[in-house]
Design a protein around this ligand. Sequence first.
Ligand SMILES: *[C@@H]1O[C@H](CO)[C@@H](O)[C@H](O)[C@H]1NC(C)=O
Ligand SMILES: *[C@@H]1O[C@H](CO)[C@@H](O)[C@H](O)[C@H]1NC(C)=O
Ligand SMILES: *[C@@H]1O[C@H](CO)[C@@H](O)[C@H](O)[C@H]1NC(C)=O
Ligand SMILES: *[C@@H]1O[C@H](CO)[C@@H](O)[C@H](O)[C@H]1NC(C)=O
Length: 536
Amino acid sequence: MTMLKIGVSSVFERAKIVAISLLMTLTISCEASNILVSPLIGKGSHFYLSAAIGEQLLTRGHNLTYLVSNAFEDHVRQSRFGEKFHYEIFKHSIPVDEIHEQFNNFSRSLSLPGRGNEMEVSYMILATRRNDCATILGDKMLMSRLRSANFSSLLYDITWACGAIIGEVLNIPYFAVVPYPSPCFHTASEGSGFNPAFVPSMLTSYSHIMSFKERLVNTFSFIMHRNLAIQFSFKPYKELSNQYNLLDPYELIKRTKMWFVNSDFVGEYPCALPPNVIPVGGLTAKDPEQLPSDIESFIQGSGGDGIIICSFGTFLVLDESNMALVKMFVDAFARLPQRVIWLLKTSPPFPIPSSIKIVPWLPQNDILGHPRTKAIFFHGGHNSYYEAIYHGVPAVVMPIFADQFGVSNRIAQFGLGLKLNKEEVTSDLIYEALYEVTSNRTYMQTAIRMSANFRNRPMKPAERAAFWIDHAIKHGTDNFELPVDSLNIFQYYLIDVIAFISVFMIFSIYLLIKCTTVVCTHICRFRNISKNKKID
Ligand SMILES: *[C@@H]1O[C@H](CO)[C@@H](O)[C@H](O)[C@H]1NC(C)=O
Ligand SMILES: *[C@@H]1O[C@H](CO)[C@@H](O)[C@H](O)[C@H]1NC(C)=O
Ligand SMILES: *[C@@H]1O[C@H](CO)[C@@H](O)[C@H](O)[C@H]1NC(C)=O
Ligand SMILES: *[C@@H]1O[C@H](CO)[C@@H](O)[C@H](O)[C@H]1NC(C)=O
């Protein structure tokens, strides 16, 4: 009986604790706030990065509003995040069809062999983004809705400086999602630990151990790259920020309270980070969900050899203008013992072997998580890179653009896979690389080791980002920000201190020499006098 009593009372006790902790969670979620997100314009991978963070912010009770364009409204609403967030839609400065065409032109210019007109197209896209920003700020209705929504803070994609400008106009703190590596590079303006002595610049293919010549080249390439990035990304917004009486766009970027960088040291060279730079690489990597039945049965049919994924995102347009490359891929894939699932928007005009499945869309993360997946053949995009590491899948990478070259270098240097050069690629080279990566066990062993390392963390990357945003909203970030902005270049590099010490040392040495000579002459004179005296 007493036993029963104790049992019952302890159950009551437990219920009380549960009730109290429930109440506490409720009180915590009362601090929920409205957060505005500017995920570039809502396109593809940029949207998915900030959506992964937004999803975790929802679980912390916050209310998320995404500012996306009318060209990608349907895309975000039809995604699995469609129902979860609120949306504010802005209109592009040009018709929606032209926006899509610009991106197609861009991908096409990258896909064709040799030098395309990608610079020209990039400039056009940049100009359009600047005009979009002017349109948003000039849209009185939209801006007044944003003002009255009482946002506590803004999360923006660093690729589009407009986010910081909107944050400044709304007078709220802003956080940045940085879709590229290195965690140090993009925050260099904040005085981060980017040190060209051991952090290779994106434009070089060095590892973190460099010879004198490599360090020299690396330093110049770092300075050049940084200035180019400022020139391209921020300068076009100068006129606009003047118009709204704001600081120089680059100064606005520096006011970013926290930086969430799509990078992790498991797949990156080490560097020193300021406290407000949080590496969150692998935002889109997660445990696999059930595959569509046609894909599942295709994979099951591969037997012990397994499958390879081929996915070049939107970067490599393989269409009528580029059939030679498509043929090259098919010839290489046909020789492999593995089956291949290939993300391709067009269907080739020649017969395709049954070991190749062409799909217009694929659940990449879920396929990577399948035990029969042996390798991925891709362009070196960051999301895919960390998904491959998360699931422990070796890679063959053929970079197309910008930071993808850096990813390809690291994949090769870490031993996770092999890289191919787009300009020199042949069917044989593709076959040999894929054959080597799937048959030589060292790549799979490296992949498994990196995966175990990457998964052994207290929080998932998106949880970590959401935790820190929540923390910053509650407690501010003053104690995390380096006071670099209040220092000029002489103070920052301690040039004044070094100059002072040098002058002091030179003066001391001068004084020492002077004293010695004076003492010496005195001694000599004394000796001479005493000598003279002896002679006397
Ligand atoms: C969440 O944000 C949306 C759009 O900004 C707003 O309409 C809605 O009232 C907000 N919900 C809450 C609970 O604050
Ligand atoms: C796309 O490229 C084509 C051909 O080079 C050109 O005529 C067209 O104006 C471009 N479209 C856009 C929106 O830039
Ligand atoms: C705006 O939000 C703050 C806290 O985030 C709150 O104190 C204030 O009452 C809100 N104002 C309106 C008009 O909702
Ligand atoms: C497997 O790959 C490693 C690393 O590239 C290489 O050192 C080794 O010789 C390869 N083994 C075979 C059997 O080819």
